[in-house]
Design a binder for this molecule. Structure first.
Ligand SMILES: Cc1cc2nc3c(=O)[nH]c(=O)nc-3n(C[C@H](O)[C@H](O)[C@H](O)COP(=O)(O)OP(=O)(O)OC[C@H]3O[C@@H](n4cnc5c(N)ncnc54)[C@H](O)[C@@H]3O)c2cc1C
Length: 307
């Protein structure tokens, strides 16, 4: 089922048709507050009263025209302006292929640099999502280039299902990085990725521990645990305490609509929690990946067929 859903996520034929179906539009609302910026900003305001921070991402990937990459940049600048006007301290998480990585690396560099500078004015980190493995090297290289050029307020996502990630963590640690560790959402072959949940979870724990130990040894690293796996988070919180680290030595990031009760509980217990709010009309591939993570969600989606 996971493989089928991830295949559907890549299919342009289905991408052009499924979003037009009313039941699909109803089902996706479980994972996103709406398609426009206002809906996302309103949702963020509701989280503020619960001490839950937010990250925004405007859905879309693999743009094929420079104008679309520029439009993404323009949209994000307007969003940061709107956050400043509303007194919201939100951060952004962006996909490099939505900012033109398939077209031209230097122009992508410029766009990310502009967004990082604009994010710094709102005192925020600009996070770079990690896409499929065809982009891992380029994403990490671009991150290194940008930090080297003085854009210190940048964060990057790393995926625990990739066998290479332990090396990538060690490679990035000297840069005083911000790293969001996730399990990984794409369909990767066994030659480069762990394929069982047990192996991915074990690697996730080992990678997070390595970062916590670096932190305890005085290394500057902002650690974001991007997972809904609360048991894993609690296990890592125990390790952090044993290392003498405070509760805010790491943060927990979850997606909008998933385990909100746990997001609230962790925030009440004093953990730094951020909810990633995805919005926008281009939700198809992203939504299919959410279904693939928990195929029982398909049942929920199909229930929307009923009036
Ligand atoms: C903030 C954030 C940013 C992310 N950014 C990226 C990125 O840049 N690149 C990338 O490849 N992946 C990204 N992901 C997705 C990630 O790789 C996983 O695919 C996703 O988080 C599911 O794995 P899990 O860690 O929640 O653990 P799992 O072991 O899959 O799930 C743990 C528990 O969480 C709940 N759960 C998990 N997923 C769902 C769901 N879809 N619906 C309902 N319940 C669910 C279930 O109760 C499940 O038992 C991101 C995830 C988060 C939270």
């Amino acid at each position: 089922m996971r493989t089928l859903l991830l295949w559907l996520a890549r299919s342009t034929w289905f991408r052009d048709r499924i979003p037009r179906l009313p039941f699909a539009r109803r089902a996706v609302r479980r994972f996103m507050p709406g398609e426009d910026m206002e809906a996302a900003l309103d949702a963020a305001a509701r989280f503020r009263s619960e001490q839950i921070g937010v990250l925004f991402t405007r859905l879309g990937e693999n743009v094929t025209r420079d104008e679309d990459a520029d439009a993404t940049l323009g949209h994000y600048v307007a969003l940061l302006d709107a956050c400043a006007a509303r007194g919201l301290r939100a951060e952004l998480s962006v996909k490099l292929t939505q900012l033109g990585l398939d077209l031209d690396e230097d122009r992508t560099f410029e766009r990310v640099a502009r967004l990082a500078d604009r994010s710094a004015r709102n005192a925020g980190v600009l996070w770079m999502d990690m896409e499929g493995s065809a982009y891992t090297d380029r994403t990490i290289s671009l991150y290194e280039r940008l930090v080297g050029a003085g854009h210190a307020n940048l964060g990057v996502c790393l995926q625990a299902y990739l066998r290479r990630t332990a090396v990538d963590v060690q490679r990035l640690l000297p840069l005083r990085p911000a790293i969001r560790l996730v399990k990984g959402a794409y369909d990767e072959p066994p030659s480069i990725a762990f394929r069982t949940k047990r192996a991915v979870d074990a690697n996730y724990a080992a990678l997070a521990m390595a970062m916590l130990e670096a932190c305890a040894a005085g290394q500057q690293v902002r650690i974001a645990l991007g997972t809904h796996d609360v048991e894993l988070v609690e296990q890592l919180a125990g390790h952090a305490t044993a290392l003498g680290l405070a509760r805010d030595a790491f943060e927990v990031n979850m997606l909008y609509g998933i385990r909100l009760d746990q997001q609230r509980r962790l925030a009440r217990e004093g953990y730094v929690v951020r909810d990633l709010l995805a919005y926008g009309p281009a939700w198809y591939a992203w939504y299919m990946r959410r279904l693939a993570e928990r195929p029982v969600n398909v049942v929920f989606a199909l229930r929307q067929v009923l009036p």
